[in-house]
Design a protein. Structure first.
Length: 526
């Protein structure tokens, strides 16, 4: 009996069936695209954050740990692509004699770079003039010393006599902020500006020149390991941030506090996760109302056929069908709508998602929640009216349609006015106190979306919809309709007004859908 019943509904009730299928498909489509946008946005932000990092980790070695021990600890904690040692030495200044004048700079730093450093970390150095290896001056230092390729520069040292070197080239340091970051500085401390005077040497030459200074002033010479990770990180920047932090903590624990990790990668991912939360909130504001409107359309189509369902239930009772049999038929209809609508929505999402998300295909995992939502929508929108029809005790009662004579509770309580007042109050408060959608306090590991930011749009959306229903209810009163229709319908104004009043429930549903479609975007304009 179920097969002929479904075929009869598809042939004799095409608007009811395919209208519900369309509503379910649109709901699944909106939710799938929304989820696909969120996942693709997270993945893109994570990839861009990783690509923009010049050096993933800068591990500052203490006096009690050797370079070999630190390398072994890092490799045991996580896979790596590159680990190169870099020496840092503080100097009181540089001196040059060019063109018959003497230039003396203030305090600066001298770095010792191993062979292949520029190739391993290309974002750190950009050659400008001369060679890319040997004795290199930063662009600002060359300007301060009036020095160029072939000039001699004196390096003043702490606890040792000055030494003179010949400049091989001039370079730019695009990532000087991270290259000279204060590794191990307390959280919340304002970042320090990079030094103006920087000179770069090969690792062998740096070691030969600053071993005496390290012996005399060990506090002015430091060793770092610059690390490029080979770790496959999650697509979510928040999860990637947590994973990179755990790996860094693992390295510090293995070295028993004798080394500190400057986690530049985690810092970039921290900014990316905040941006990801902004994007997710934006997608929710823009996409979720569309899914809700599609669901409301499904319920509206199902509700419009309530009279048909009552008649069908009455005819089935006359022919001896039990309540269970009627519910089985309603369940078969709901399951058919669910399968057709979910399949159509998933197909449309699979076809449009790569085009809308820049080539990122929709995955089966991302389709599962929208598909479940579509099935739940179809079952509730289709099976619930059938169950309501079966609740009637007699065939005669099922064939009667008793209109509502009482005022809805929300109209009595003026819920629409209260919601609009709440939306206005929250809007005013945000405008006066500064609107901030994402909360990311300094020093706090977790960022979050401010829940209060959703109160005003949701309240305005619901309040505007309920206000439209109140106005439509006032408008559908026969006296008001007669006055409005008299210039158009003339002496037929009373007849037209009576006809519209009898269809008041359908007109209210239509006005609710229009109000949902209009008030949602208006609520987001701020």
């Amino acid at each position: 009996m179920i097969g002929p019943w479904i075929r009869g509904l598809l042939l004799r009730r095409p608007l009811r069936m395919w209208g519900s299928v369309t509503g379910v498909a649109l709901t699944v489509l909106f939710l799938s695209l929304l989820l696909s946008f969120v996942l693709a946005g997270r993945a893109n932000m994570t990839v861009r954050a990783i690509q923009s990092v010049p050096v993933d980790w800068q591990v500052l070695l203490g006096q009690t740990v050797s370079r070999t021990e630190a390398v072994q600890a890092i490799q045991a904690a996580t896979p790596t692509k590159t680990i190169l040692p870099v020496g840092y030495a503080d100097v009181p200044g540089f001196t040059s004699r060019t063109g018959g004048t003497v230039q003396i700079t203030g305090a600066g730093k001298v770095l010792g770079l191993p062979i292949g450093y520029a190739a391993a970390f290309p974002a750190e150095l950009r050659p400008l003039v001369g060679a890319g290896t040997g004795v290199l001056l930063s662009q600002q230092t060359a300007a301060n010393l009036h020095a160029g390729v072939g000039d001699r520069v004196q390096i003043n040292r702490y606890g040792a006599s000055p030494v003179t070197v010949t400049v091989s080239g001039v370079v730019d340091l695009p990532q000087a902020d991270s290259l000279f970051q204060a590794v191990g500085a307390p959280k919340g401390l304002a970042p320090q500006a990079p030094p103006d005077n920087v000179l770069l040497l090969s690792a062998a030459q740096w070691s030969a020149l600053f071993t005496p200074q390290q012996t005399a002033r060990p506090d002015t010479v430091r060793q770092q390991l610059h690390v490029r990770l080979n770790q496959i990180l999650p697509g979510d920047p928040g999860r990637a941030f947590d994973q990179v932090n755990r790996l860094a903590n693992n390295v510090e624990a293995r070295l028993a506090g004798s080394a500190v990790v400057g986690n530049t990668l985690a810092a970039r991912l921290d900014g990316a996760r905040e941006s990801a939360l902004y994007a997710e909130a934006l997608f929710l504001f823009l996409g979720l109302p569309g899914a809700i409107l599609a669901a409301a359309l499904t319920f509206n189509v199902a509700g419009a056929s309530a009279a048909q369902r009552r008649q069908e239930a009455a005819l089935l009772r006359v022919r001896g069908a039990s309540e269970r049999r009627i519910l089985h038929l309603g369940g078969a209809e709901a399951l058919t709508v669910a399968l057709l609508g979910t399949a159509l929505g998933a197909l449309l999402a699979a076809l449009t998602s790569p085009w809308l998300t820049g080539g990122t295909p929709v995955s089966l995992l991302s389709l599962l929640p929208p598909a479940l939502a579509g099935v739940a929508l179809a079952l509730s929108a289709t099976l619930l009216p059938t169950w309501q029809a079966v609740r009637q005790s007699t065939v005669t009662a099922q064939r009667q349609s008793v209109p509502r004579t009482t005022t809805p509770l929300w109209q009595t309580l003026y819920l629409d006015v209260a919601l609009l007042a709440l939306a206005g109050l929250v809007f005013w408060r945000n405008a006066a106190g500064g609107y901030q959608l994402v909360l990311a306090p300094e020093g706090v590991a977790k960022a979050s979306v401010q829940a209060e930011a959703f109160i005003a749009p949701v309240a305005f959306w619901l309040g505007g919809t309920l206000l439209a229903l109140r106005l439509m209810d006032r408008l559908l009163r026969r006296a008001a309709l007669r006055r409005l229709l008299r210039p158009i319908s003339g002496h037929l104004a009373a007849v037209v007004a009576a006809a519209l009043e009898r269809q008041g429930s359908l007109l209210k549903r239509g006005s609710a859908l229009v109000a949902l479609a209009v008030s949602g975007p208006v609520a987001q304009l701020r």
